[in-house]
Design a protein around this ligand. Structure first.
Ligand SMILES: Nc1ncnc2c1ncn2[C@@H]1O[C@H](COP(=O)(O)OP(=O)(O)OP(=O)(O)O)[C@@H](O)[C@H]1O
Ligand SMILES: [Mg+2]
Length: 394
């Protein structure tokens, strides 16, 4: 249920909040605290009549009450809980300014494009479509996807896909590493999540990418820390998108994990699209080898045979990248056996010279096969495939 924008309580809240900010800007501590007290009461009143936002309004009331009593947060001296006001869809949200700043610092850009990714055509297409559909005029019932889960073995290109969407789609991109959010912003990470979504809504179209999602999800088995549980529950609230009712606003949450079975049903239900990012097939292997040997002459290489063997070796994209690097180094060592001796030369002198190379040959790759081993086993793959059948997309 939405707040009645014309409601007298809401009007009073708006007016009092503006007065608070005015007094605050004049450094009138006493006056601004009194206003904060009034705002707390108004929030309490609103909470009574607004069942769907009760918890949120009660929380705001508590925060304003703390402001009225001159209480500051524990984390840092400058980190006062004076709320910065953000209006969104006529609703009021309060986020501490410094948290919003931290959320904004997660906005990233990337130089990775779709052409840097071998294979995974259907996933690329889906992500492009999701963004395009958010922009187009459409009937009300057609809504862009809110949550996409990328799952699959390590090194298959999940993070790369996210980087490519940051690099190619016209959307604000937030790069959130679960582990670092939990540790770096320890104690305030759940608040950071709500600040993050406030910022993402403001800067829509936005994509929030939560990498290493497992760090959050492994949690519900009872051993979870309190902080992790709080982060997860803020995230679930945000994914429900209470304040995100505009269907033309793109706020896509993209999450990546290589242990999807650790996600519980509450989390999974917020990710209606679950995309399997598998090990590359022969065609994808060929494309990845081409990408990873860009600038080198591979015209004499039996790419079909090598790719076939890469599939047999259960290579991921990451293994293929290492595999190609290994082949390139074998070539470099054969052409430049005394390369290390050049270490004595000044760096400026090195910059004037160029490395001797030759086209890559099958032998270079043969050697690389001996050195690069995939950490995957058929049994592990079966687990992904089984999970995909049970919980992934058809
Ligand atoms: N499909 C691909 N095309 C081209 N390069 C790839 C592909 N997949 C992986 N790579 C290479 O492997 C590296 C690692 O890939 P990435 O980090 O995207 O894997 P991931 O699926 O996120 O792995 P993890 O589950 O371990 O986080 C990339 O930086 C890239 O060099
Ligand atoms: Mg990754």
């Amino acid at each position: 249920m939405k707040i009645d924008l014309s409601g007298p309580l809401y009007d009073a809240l708006k007016k009092t909040t503006a007065e608070y900010h005015q007094l605050k800007s004049k450094n009138d501590i006493q006056g601004s605290r009194e206003k904060a007290g009034e705002i707390a009461i108004l929030n309490q009143e609103l909470a009574k009549i607004n069942v769907s936002r009760r918890k949120e309004l009660e929380e705001q009331a508590r925060r304003w009450d703390a402001v009225s009593k001159g209480k500051t947060q524990k984390t840092s001296a400058k980190n006062t809980i004076t709320p910065g006001m953000t209006k969104n869809n006529g609703e009021i949200e309060e986020e501490p300014d410094d948290l919003l700043q931290k959320a904004n610092s997660l906005i990233t850009s990337s130089k990775v494009t779709w052409s840097d990714i071998g294979g995974l055509d259907s996933v690329k297409k889906l992500m492009m479509e999701t963004v395009v559909i958010a922009g187009l005029q459409k009937p009300e019932s057609i809504k862009p996807w809110k949550g996409i889960l990328l799952f699959g073995p390590p090194g298959t290109g999940k993070t790369l896909l996210a980087a490519a969407s940051a690099g190619s789609l016209d959307a604000t991109f937030y790069d959130v590493k679960s582990e670092s959010v939990l540790s770096k912003y320890f104690g305030e990470s759940s608040k950071l999540i709500s600040a993050l979504y406030t910022s993402a809504r403001k800067n829509a179209p936005s994509i929030v990418f939560i990498d290493e999602f497992d760090a959050l999800s492994q949690s519900r088995d009872g051993e979870t820390s309190e902080a992790t549980r709080k982060v997860l529950s803020s995230l679930l609230t945000e994914l429900d998108g209470l304040s995100d009712k505009k269907s033309d606003q793109l706020l896509l949450t993209l999450a990546a994990t290589n242990t999807p079975w650790d996600l519980d049903t509450a989390v999974l239900s917020r990710f209606p699209r679950r995309i399997y990012v598998p090990l590359p097939d022969q065609k994808a292997c060929k494309e990845i080898i081409r990408i990873q040997t860009k600038g080198m002459d591979i015209s004499g290489v039996s790419l079909d045979r090598i790719s076939e063997k890469c599939v047999e070796m259960l290579y991921s994209g990451r293994d293929l990248s290492n595999f190609c690097q290994q082949a390139i180094w074998t070539m470099i060592h054969t052409v430049n056996p005394d390369l290390y001796k050049m270490a004595e030369l000044p760096f400026d002198e090195l910059k004037r010279r160029s490395l001797a190379t030759r086209p890559l040959a099958d032998d270079d790759f043969r050697e690389a096969f001996l050195k690069i081993r995939s950490p995957m086993t058929k049994i592990m793959l079966e687990r992904y495939e089984q999970w995909n059948i049970e919980c992934g997309e058809v």
